[in-house]
Design a protein around this ligand. Structure first.
Ligand code: ZN
Length: 95
């Protein structure tokens, strides 16, 4: 069996490719400075910050499983799976 050592994006499940961002599950501005970060596609991180406010992230959406439960994120994952691995959408604006 070939060894798979490619890291996967925890949000969309695709292989990680640049541009990559490190997502703080607890936002920096909400005391997340020394908390673990997870590597994900920049577009996936941008989408999280477009859908949720930092308060929502801190209060409820601090696990990838909870983020994925969101309907808008769900639609985004289905959409982004058809895109190039390095696809980035600069039109996604932070909430
Ligand atoms: Zn991703």
């Amino acid at each position: 069996m070939p060894e798979i050592n490619e890291e996967l994006c925890p949000l969309c499940g695709r292989v990680l490719a640049d541009p990559i961002s490190r997502h703080h599950l607890i936002p920096l501005s909400k005391g997340g400075k020394d908390t673990p970060t997870i590597a994900m596609h920049k577009i996936c991180q941008n989408k999280i910050h477009a859908v949720f406010t930092e308060t929502e992230l801190k209060n409820y959406y601090y696990t990838v499983e909870r983020i994925q439960e969101n309907e808008e994120i769900n639609k985004f994952i289905k959409w982004v799976k058809k895109k190039e691995l390095s696809f980035n959408d600069v039109s996604i604006k932070k909430k």
